[in-house]
Design a protein around this ligand. Structure first.
Ligand SMILES: *Cc1c(COP(=O)(O)O)cnc(C)c1O
Length: 361
């Protein structure tokens, strides 16, 4: 059994993907070929954000968003304590200071009630992650930000396609970023990502920064990066995007089946009624994690831990000083584990996973 079955997905769309890749090869426009613009148009149509800027990864998307917002050394940016490293490491990369905030014990997203206490005169913005495929509570986060004159970025690396109060992830705040890493809900065949905004000026600036800061060839308005998405990746995502709505439905059916079989044995994930998840991960909580992992691996079933250590406790961030109270994040890091999740998971596979869990318990 695969954790994410990319092979099965490829075989499903093989003819179309091969055709699109071949047309890039025939055309030889490997950078900024027509597929990139076409993908951007399709992404905007899908999520509702006016501007979509394809780029080289979800990590670079975060960097581009912060560069466009003119993040400066010493600026404080509030980030969740429980997420993938890139959310916070790119803040440090730009010389700014990640200020960690604990997460909500139900959704595992940044706890909006705790944000106010983290705000100082140096705070510039908030990066809220929509973890495991469920969006953070953007109405509250946006209003705290507005009251304090801060911007908000949605790190939607795990939530492209999700919904919050009927509105799509990547169209919930000032700037959003996503990742097309192969194992994300919508993935390419290498690294890729995108930045989204409804703000014309930010769009212009991101498009300049993503391409060496150049407005015209060899005339550079800003310090920029090489953060472009290559044409081959755009061609692949373009095909997969056509089937993505259907895949989201399938991911939800898989999650429902898991929950039905597991809810009386472990703590199953909770999706709030205002949310629709894309199930980037199906992550359970249990005090018997080691036992379950052993029982699964004995049957050749892969599992993963997202994430075994809260970010403020990582050695890379030790320069920030002694971390304080992150009770929820600390508890999650010792109890969470993710099960195989992809749209092509069969009912009997789900049953195999669940019975191995029950045996362990
Ligand atoms: C995957 C991920 C990223 C980074 O995306 P890449 O495309 O791998 O660079 C950033 N933030 C979160 C929350 C992620 O899950």
């Amino acid at each position: 059994m695969e954790f994410v079955d990319l092979k099965k997905q490829y075989l499903e769309y093989k003819v179309e993907i091969d055709t699109e890749i071949k047309s890039v090869l025939d055309n030889c426009q490997f950078i900024n070929g027509p597929a990139v613009k076409e993908l951007e148009t399709d992404l905007s149509a899908f999520c509702g954000a006016e501007h979509s800027i394809a780029c080289s990864s979800g990590t670079d998307a975060l960097t581009l968003a912060m560069m466009a917002l003119d993040v400066k050394p010493g600026d404080e940016i509030i980030v969740p304590a429980f997420t993938f490293i890139a959310t916070a490491s790119m803040v440090s990369f730009l010389g700014a200071v990640p200020v960690f905030c604990d997460v909500d014990p139900v959704t595992f997203n940044i706890d909006p009630k705790l944000i106010k206490d983290k705000i100082t005169s140096k705070t510039r913005g908030i990066i809220a992650v929509s973890l495991y495929g469920q969006t953070a509570d953007f109405d509250i986060i946006n209003s705290v930000a507005e009251e304090n004159n801060l911007w908000v970025i949605e790190d939607a690396a795990q939530s492209f396609g999700a919904e919050y109060k009927g509105k799509k992830s990547c169209n919930l705040t000032k700037i959003s970023t996503t990742s097309f890493f192969p194992a994300k809900p919508l993935g390419c065949y290498g690294d890729g990502g995108a930045v989204f905004t409804n703000d014309d000026e930010l769009n212009e600036r991101i498009r300049i920064v993503v391409n060496h800061g150049q407005e015209k060839r060899y005339f550079h308005k800003y310090i920029g990066v090489n953060g472009r998405m290559d044409t081959l990746q755009a061609a692949v995502v373009k095909v997969k995007l056509k089937y993505f709505s259907d895949e989201i439905k399938k991911r939800n059916s898989v999650a429902e089946k898991y929950t039905e079989l597991l809810e009386s044995f472990v703590k199953t994930p909770v999706v709030l009624s205002e949310n629709k998840s894309v199930w980037a991960q199906y992550t359970i909580r249990t005090e018997k994690r080691d036992k379950i992992i052993d029982s699964l691996s004995a049957k050749g079933i892969p599992s993963a831990i997202h994430y075994p250590m809260p970010l403020p406790r990582q050695e890379a961030f030790s320069y920030l000083g002694q971390p304080v109270d992150f009770t929820v994040s600390d508890n999650l890091s010792i109890e969470v584990m993710s099960l195989p999740m992809h749209p092509f998971l069969e009912t009997n596979d789900i049953e195999t996973v669940c019975s191995a869990i029950k045996v362990a318990l």
